[in-house]
Write a protein that binds this ligand. Structure first.
Ligand SMILES: Cc1cc2nc3c(=O)[nH]c(=O)nc-3n(C[C@H](O)[C@H](O)[C@H](O)COP(=O)(O)OP(=O)(O)OC[C@H]3O[C@@H](n4cnc5c(N)ncnc54)[C@H](O)[C@@H]3O)c2cc1C
Length: 463
């Protein structure tokens, strides 16, 4: 029997062969892969999409693909922005879309297990029914799956207090690249060798498919306190965040926009050129007002001026609204976002170096940044670039030049080259710089051991 006949015998209705259904699941939301499509090229669809009902069906499908030598591409809901999902004509997409919904919840243990294909917002809303929260709010919460969060090591907008995905994942189930089913032991902590959850977190579909995620939850906090400050100098805003973190305060939302982005979002609430810093404070009863007062004192001491409440309210109202790549390309704009991170000392220089590098690329008309995830020893910078090349034939080269310029500038300062979107294809060849030769040897060793035939998501993550 052929590949699709074998898959059909295991998956039944969970095998999608219709052309439109295959094309719809062939890629993620990478700007670079949108460029040829907006120019009229057809999507390269996979041979088939497997949408198994559970890990057992998926494991069987994986074994069949191995037997046929078919490359396999795990997929959540395709909101990734780095080219982690890009089908070839001989590949099979392994979609988690039917492995969704709540498996169990324990309010007393603050634990909940959901299928990996569960939509992020649906998972969060289900927790809220029990007065609980996952506390992971990526901008793409409505567009992404919880398995995708794990596979990409995602960050949410509330990460400064509640952590990134690695801080809220308690346990995992996965179908590994050889078709075996693996489940981590569920325990609050273990000193039992390297933490194997971390092998899967950030593996971007190269080692297997995450099929279930157990989250360590929080009680839903009381409604928070919002406040904002603007600074004449972006570096003073960064210094304020540093001082807030150093003092031990942990507002869930801490976002500092540079002059260009602040003028775009907050022009009615501050003078032109200033940088806006917004906070949300939350916590057990009584904590938020105390934290807000302490943070206000720190911001005043570092040159901040209080901004009207509408600044934060406006951010909350529009925080998940972004134009599509296709809309931008149709108006002649090539755009993307690049998130990197470093320590406090290097952060101001990193900001300047990357903005200058982007502005040096022919065709770039805007380069700006904000910081949205703060830590004790540093923070991220999230750059946005826009270019208007004179001819559509230059779109791809301009895009590549922007990434090369930004990551070269960041690498020159020793910054972390990937804060939360992952590696995919866009950063793959920068992994040598990011993890070094020793790191690559380790990564390749893990890949070779778990996926000896190299059939899981070839071309992604590992150069
Ligand atoms: C508008 C917008 C805003 C965004 N905001 C954020 C943000 O705030 N924070 C953030 O971190 N990211 C953000 N992203 C990026 C993206 O949403 C995340 O990377 C998300 O985690 C991807 O989830 P997904 O289910 O869509 O995965 P997909 O795009 O389907 O896949 C992403 C990668 O993970 C692999 N994969 C997916 N599911 C599994 C699985 N179950 N097992 C193994 N591998 C799997 C795929 O092979 C691929 O390599 C944003 C994207 C967009 C378009």
């Amino acid at each position: 029997m052929g590949l699709t006949d074998d898959l059909a015998s295991v998956l039944g209705d969970g095998l999608l062969l219709d052309e439109a259904e295959r094309a719809e699941r062939a890629r993620d939301t990478w700007m670079r892969s949108q460029i040829p499509l907006s120019a009229g090229q057809a999507v390269v669809a996979p041979v088939a999409v497997c949408a198994p009902a559970d890990a057992v069906e998926l494991a069987e499908a994986v074994k069949i693909c191995i037997a046929h030598g078919a490359p396999m591409i795990p997929r959540g809901s395709g909101s990734g922005v780095v080219g982690g999902v890009l089908a070839s004509a001989d590949s099979v997409v392994l979609s988690t879309e039917r492995m969704s919904g709540l498996r169990s919840v324990s309010s007393s243990d603050l634990l909940a297990t959901v299928g990996a294909g569960t939509n992020g917002l649906a998972a969060e809303e289900r927790m809220q029914e029990d007065g609980l929260t996952i506390g992971h709010w990526p901008q793409s919460i409505e567009l992404s799956t919880v398995g995708g969060w794990v596979a990409t090591r995602a960050s949410g907008q509330y990460s400064t207090a509640y952590g990134n995905i690695e801080d809220v994942v308690y346990g995992l189930e996965a179908v590994l690249a050889d078709g075996s089913i693996y489940r981590t032991r569920e325990t609050p902590r273990a000193a039992a060798g390297p933490d194997l959850r971390h092998v899967l977190m950030g593996s971007e579909g190269t080692l297997g498919v995450v099929t279930e995620v157990t989250f360590s939850l929080r009680e839903q906090p009381e409604p928070g306190v919002r406040q904002a400050f603007h600074f004449a100098d972006f570096a003073d805003g960064i210094d304020s965040i540093r001082r807030v973190m150093r003092a031990g305060w942990r507002p869930p939302v801490v976002r500092l926009y540079d002059g260009r982005e602040s003028w775009r979002h907050f022009r009615d609430q501050m003078p032109k050129g200033d940088s806006m810093l917004i906070f949300l404070h939350e916590g057990p009863p009584g904590v938020a007002p105390v934290e807000a007062a302490a943070v206000a004192e720190i911001c005043a001491a570092t040159g901040g001026s209080a901004a009207p409440d509408e600044a934060v309210d406006g951010w909350f109202a529009h925080r998940n609204t972004v134009p599509s790549w296709d809309e931008l390309l149709k108006t002649g704009v090539v755009a993307d976002t690049i998130e990197i991170a470093t320590d406090w000392t290097r952060l101001p220089a990193l900001y300047t170096a990357v903005v200058d590098a982007l502005n040096g690329v022919p065709g770039v008309v805007a380069a700006s940044a904000h910081s949205s995830h703060a830590y004790r020893s540093g923070a991220n910078l999230y750059f946005t670039l826009a270019a208007t090349p004179s001819d559509p034939s230059e779109y791809a080269a301009t895009y590549d030049a922007c990434w090369a310029a930004a990551l070269q500038a960041a690498d020159g300062l020793g910054a972390g080259l990937a804060h939360h979107h992952g590696v995919g294809r866009v950063r793959r060849d920068w992994m040598r710089a990011e993890v070094g030769e020793g790191g690559l040897t380790m990564l390749r060793g893990i890949k070779g051991a778990l996926d000896p035939s190299g059939l899981f998501n070839p071309g992604v993550l590992i150069p």
